[in-house]
Design a protein around this ligand. Structure first.
Ligand code: HEM
Ligand code: SF4
Length: 576
């Protein structure tokens, strides 16, 4: 195991490994940092540990230069990410998040690309109270960030068939199974009883050990033909293999990930590969074995090379599979053929096998707020007050008002129309397939705008598509403020990744079903030149496309970009 080498090796470990090792299972000096009334932040070491508790230290970047001039501290606040395994929450939980965002946050909520809630702008003095209220609402934030398994995602449409109900239960079981066992969260945030003594002797993390994973870890469960979870973008994916009215088992996909660093050729997005097939009852132990192999062999020296995708790339899928099987004590079966149609959401009303109604609403970039002309947050609050079913966060930052009985539908419909909520009928097909990460002003890593800019860019591209007669044609477009790729931009037919203020790398040619990465078409395109870059390609697409041909596929066929070949830094999609 890399982490337990000689003294010389120890020295080379990334400093976060030392922080984790000496944190006494994620305690560090967090309690002391929180109690210090003189600062709005926490110590740098504790700022690493807060991530494991679902909390990021941030500052308002819009205010940075003004405050610097006035020699003031940064305008510190915290982002809190709330796990929602499988994306399903109750109306009461919705109301609680809404209320907390008003009381302690910046009055907005973000529905994330991984089916979680995010609150922004929480001041240090309010952190504990906010976390306590979240927990009192039967939600938590532990392991929402940090070097552990994060929120487990699944297709949020359990209405489509019995299979979906099964995958929701599975996602919750995976989430429970891989939640850190440390009592630190309860002690620090919930005033739970302290574990006596030095903690280390009394506590253990049976799956993670005391240095947890080398890097974050993300799991999804997909139900074909929908790839809304973007299974190829995740460390570990279970793809349901459907039999008649039941799930026969799951294809196991490993080694996907989005993040990269500009200018560092050793980093790159990568698609997950098919490793094998397992039975429903084996999923938890397969997940545990995969996590443990990554725990023991992942790179703990270079965090830019520490995700599972690099472990598999360096050592090979066959080696990885053998390690997993050795821990399981049995071989995986060979993967089964499955295929996907798209990685987006289905909007509007649908009826489930249980005869309940489900309404998918378009939420621009997942931001829940009241704006001039659209009282989205108020409208959803009013729905939550009368709704008897559930709220489902989709994997694309949208929202499903789920499980509505026949007799309750008219009241929901009345509120939808009173507040002008978008059931996916008003937007262009491009907008309905758009996603942006948060970026400025809260994200400390953003190099360019994303959420605050994409809606305007989409409006411009819409005019272009309209001219070409393509308004109704679904094209995926995703933007992020930096190459970390939180909105999975490398799997969009049009991907825009922030390079510098007002400049983006333009990527084209991903598959509509999320099974092929796009490629860099042009670097550092200025915002005002993006539409001009797209115009000739879109015009050609309108003129020359074959029947049913998707924009991304056209970009490949017509040579606008060339696809990656196996053996390249990027990996070709596995045909499963
Ligand atoms: C080195 C890689 C990454 C780092 C350091 C990173 C860091 C961050 C930070 C600081 C935020 C908070 C932004 C804010 O709310 O103000 C964030 C948001 C988020 N990240 Fe990442 N991230 C990375 C990669 C990824 C990837 C590859 C994914 C998923 C495929 C992802 C998923 C998310 C999600 C779902 C959010 C919530 C906001 C949203 O929906 O846009 N992250 N990330
Ligand atoms: S992609 Fe970059 S800018 Fe956007 S939220 Fe993630 S880390 Fe921040």
């Amino acid at each position: 195991m890399k982490q337990s080498g000689s003294a010389e090796n120890e020295k080379k470990l990334h400093k976060n490994e030392g922080i984790k090792a000496s944190s006494r299972f994620l305690r560090g000096t967090l309690a002391e940092s929180l109690a210090d009334p003189l600062t709005g932040d926490v110590s740098p070491e504790d700022a690493q540990l807060t991530k494991f508790h679902g909390i990021y230290l941030q500052d308002d970047r819009d205010e940075r230069s003004e405050r610097r001039k006035k020699k003031l501290d940064k305008a510190y606040s915290f982002m809190i990410r709330v796990r929602v395994p499988g994306g399903v929450a109750t109306p009461r939980q919705w109301l609680r998040m809404d209320e907390l965002s008003e009381r302690f946050g910046n009055a907005t909520m973000k529905l994330t690309t991984r089916q979680a809630f995010q609150l922004h702008g929480i001041l240090k003095a309010n952190l504990k109270k906010t976390i306590q209220e979240i927990n009192a609402g039967l939600m938590d934030t532990i392991a929402a960030c940090g070097d552990v398994n994060r929120n487990v995602m699944c297709n949020p449409n359990p209405h489509q068939s019995e299979a979906h109900g099964e995958v929701l239960a599975l996602s919750r079981a995976l989430s429970d199974h891989l939640t850190p066992r440390t009592r630190a969260y309860h002690e620090i945030w919930l005033d739970g009883e302290k574990v006596a003594g030095g903690e280390e002797e009394e506590e253990e993390e049976p799956i993670y050990g005391k240095t947890y994973l080398p890097r974050k870890f993300k799991i999804v469960v997909a139900v074909p033909p929908s790839n809304d979870v973007d299974v190829y973008a995740h460390d570990l994916g279970f793809v349901a293999v459907l039999g008649e009215n039941r799930i026969n088992g799951y294809n196991v996909m490993v080694g996907g990930g989005m993040g990269m660093t500009h200018g560092n050729a050793a980093t790159h997005p990568r698609l997950a590969e098919l490793m094998g097939f397992c039975k429903p009852g084996q999923v938890l132990e397969v997940a545990e074995a995969v996590v443990k192999v990554q725990r023991d062999f992942g790179d703990r020296e270079n965090r830019a090379h520490a995700r599972l995708k690099y472990t598999i790339e360096d050592r090979g899928l066959a080696w990885f599979r053998a390690e997993v099987e050795q821990r399981l004590g049995y071989p995986l079966e060979e993967g089964r053929p499955v295929s996907f149609e798209d990685n987006g959401d289905r909007y509007g009303w649908t009826r489930g096998v249980d005869d309940k109604w489900h309404l998918t609403l378009f939420i621009q970039n997942g931001r829940i707020q009241d704006e001039e002309g659209l009282a989205l947050k108020t409208g959803l609050r009013e729905i939550a007050r009368i709704h008897k079913g559930d709220f489902r966060l989709t994997c694309n930052q949208n929202l499903i008002i789920g499980s509505i009985d026949d007799e309750d539908r008219p009241a929901i419909e009345a509120l939808v129309s009173e507040y002008g909520l978008d059931t996916g009928l008003s937007g262009s097909a491009l907008r309905l397939n758009s996603m942006a990460c948060v970026a400025l002003p809260t994200c400390g890593l953003a190099l360019a705008e994303s959420e605050r800019y994409l809606p305007d860019l989409v409006t411009e591209v819409e005019s272009l598509l309209e001219e070409a007669g393509l308004r109704e044609d679904a094209i995926t477009i995703r933007m992020t403020g930096c190459p970390n790729g939180c909105a999975r931009p490398y799997l969009a037919e049009i991907g825009l990744v922030g390079k510098a203020p007002g400049k983006y790398n333009l990527y084209l040619g991903a598959a509509f079903d999320g099974s092929r990465l796009n490629r860099l078409y042009k670097a550092s395109v200025k915002s005002e030149e993006i539409v001009a870059e797209l115009r000739p390609i879109v015009t050609r697409y309108a003129r020359e496309r074959e029947a049913g041909e998707r924009f991304g596929d056209f970009c490949i066929r017509s040579g606008v970009v060339t696809p990656f070949e196996t053996g390249n830094n990027y990996h070709e999609p596995m045909v499963v």
